[in-house]
Design a binder for this molecule. Structure first.
Ligand SMILES: Nc1ncnc2c1ncn2[C@@H]1O[C@H](COP(=O)(O)OP(=O)(O)OP(=O)(O)O)[C@@H](O)[C@H]1O
Ligand SMILES: [Mg+2]
Length: 253
């Protein structure tokens, strides 16, 4: 039975999609059957693995679930042990689509339920928002992994997300747990970055990943070639960091 992990932070550009791609690829490489699901209307995950203009997406599945009472997730095979469910621009309408529905928080959970036993891990790439799609993701998940960009302002923004997670835990999904906060785009040469990590550890203790993702241009180049960091540059700092973070995630959950 798959462990389901939502990669979430309502702040934009913190490394959610990058983490979803590379952790999923890391898990697949270690032999775990992995499914990554793009939940964002920007479809960055979908585009980053080299897919575009997909007819069947997470949006069409949600739409069928609402309109026909029955939806099926369109699974695309990417490579050994790794599948994806793509997203598309129309996903911006999903919020409106679900809004008036009874049990609107449970649609994603119900779509995932029949395929859950096929995988070891299911990784959800969430939009930069605390909207109904994010709530669907939290209801469907066992764990939340929160990428945090290593900068002072990131820490303030975390409060509202932590509040939403604890509300969902109380009201809709008792088993939801924080897998951890993963610090991204870290630059060890700046004292400021080192102090941000210290501050995070002071506030969130053992919930902060020991592994840190350094800022590394190879990480930002890889998606332009439709690749994850391991196939793009196995020897890069980015590959080392995401390999460590993947191993740590497995231990933590
Ligand atoms: N460790 C890193 N080193 C260098 N560049 C990075 C790193 N992590 C992410 N980036 C780059 O930063 C940008 C934002 O990353 P990403 O798209 O993963 O963030 P996001 O949280 O998914 O954004 P959004 O909120 O828009 O969905 C991308 O261009 C990505 O390539
Ligand atoms: Mg993203």
């Amino acid at each position: 039975m798959a462990k389901i992990v939502a990669i979430m932070n309502n702040k934009g550009g913190v490394g959610k999609t990058t983490t979803a791609i590379n952790v999923s690829a890391g898990l697949a490489q270690m032999g775990y059957k992995t499914l990554e699901i793009d939940l964002d209307s920007q479809a960055s995950l979908t585009l980053s693995v080299g897919l575009k203009n997909q007819e069947a997406t997470i949006y069409t599945a949600l739409k069928a679930a609402v309109e026909e009472g029955k939806g099926k997730l369109p699974i695309k095979h990417l490579k050994e042990n790794l599948d994806i469910i793509p997203s598309e621009r129309k996903m911006v309408d999903a919020e409106y689509l679900l809004f008036k529905e009874h049990g609107r928080e449970y649609f994603l959970k119900e779509l995932i339920s029949p395929i859950r036993k096929k995988y070891d891990y299911i990784i959800l790439d969430c939009p930069p928002a605390l909207n109904l799609i994010a709530i669907n993701a939290l209801v469907a998940s066992d764990f939340v992994l929160v990428p945090v960009q290593t900068e002072v302002l990131s820490l303030h923004g975390l409060v509202s997300m932590v509040d939403v997670i604890s509300t969902i835990k109380k009201k809709l999904n008792k088993k939801l747990r924080i897998a951890g906060y993963l610090m991204t785009q870290y630059d060890g040469r700046t004292g400021l970055h080192r102090s941000v990590i210290q501050e995070m550890k002071g506030k969130h203790g053992a919930d902060v990943f020991e592994s840190v993702i350094r800022r590394n241009t190879r990480i930002s180049e890889a998606p332009h070639k439709g690749m994850d960091i391991f196939s793009y540059d196995e020897k890069s700092a980015g590959a080392t960091d995401y390999s460590n973070a993947t191993k740590e995630l497995i231990q933590r959950i």
